[in-house]
Design a protein around this ligand. Sequence first.
Ligand code: SAM
Ligand code: DTB
Ligand code: SF4
Length: 332
Amino acid sequence: MEDASVFKLEGEIVAEGALWEFSDAQKIYNLPFNDLLFQAQTIHRAQFDPNAVQLSRLLSIKTGGCPEDCGYCSQSAHYPTGLKASKLMEIEKVVAEARKARDGGATRYCMGAAWRSPKDRDMDAVVAMVEGVRSLGMETCMTLGMLSPAQAGRLADAGLDYYNHNIDTSERFYREIISTRSFADRLETLTNVRDAGIKVCAGGILGMGETTDDHIAMLVTLANLPVPPESVPINMLIPIPGSKLGDATPTDPIEFVRAIALARILMPKAHVRLSAGRTGMSDEMQALCFFAGANSIFVGDTLLTADNPGEDHDAALFRRLGLKPMALDAAE
Ligand code: SAM
Ligand code: DTB
Ligand code: SF4
């Protein structure tokens, strides 16, 4: 395989491990669209089978009533979104749902809880969920809010493969979206997860009223982490009525595709996930995202609380585009 860790930008060479300058990333993001997609696709092909897409499945193990005020979220107790809160699910039910997802072709199971951070009394149950899902032969992922080093250590000991913790947007724009925690808090948990030896899944949301420079700054922050994330979910805001961002102006689809391409170029080895918001995208837009380097999706009718295209639609999309699910051994 050709070495895609080197990207030529107007004669300059950025080698793997070097930190990205915002201005270089900005030049790439603003290339003519065809040039940008060609570069992204070239890098993608050098690292991955271009027609294989990794399939993840989400489950909300604890829904709603969250003390955080994330302006986009259906689960925040700060907004009248009409969502019914529920308690932590039983371990057996979680494992049974994971088995169904595996039988439907998913290789990674991601369990999410609407917590600011887990309480120590919840840790035994989430550890048992990780062990139960792993025993099905699936990759495990959890997203439970902020983690202390000790909590990250317990999850690592249980064999958790990935921890999802999004930085959501640029450092500049973060405080416009969330006031109950800071961008620095997010980075601290990412450090705790990485130090515990768990693989990192970190990305963000587009379409919250941010600028294109915020897209670029967010991706530069992720790419410049001491070790870049192994998974980078890029969500398109699903506007939730009643939340702070219920009426946000949607992102221009072309800007969304540009952000996917930049993620692929800045983080050649990562699985770039076309995450929330696919019900609001045409097949053609999703096809452009795959061409730009997205190679992972969430499958199934629901994400955590919001709708997702569902199996039949995705099977038809994969047939139209000649895509195939990525096998687990290739997904590692
Ligand atoms: N409570 C945990 C946390 O905040 O890290 C985990 C669950 S939280 C729902 C996971 C991620 O989903 C958020 O960081 C955000 O990026 C994404 N998300 C939540 N609501 C969304 C929405 N309405 N549209 C798009 N993405 C959303
Ligand atoms: C991520 O970046 N997207 C997923 C996952 N990580 C946990 C969550 C999407 C949530 C969409 C809104 C909902 O279902 O409530
Ligand atoms: Fe809570 Fe996570 Fe939703 Fe924020 S994104 S309100 S932390 S569930």
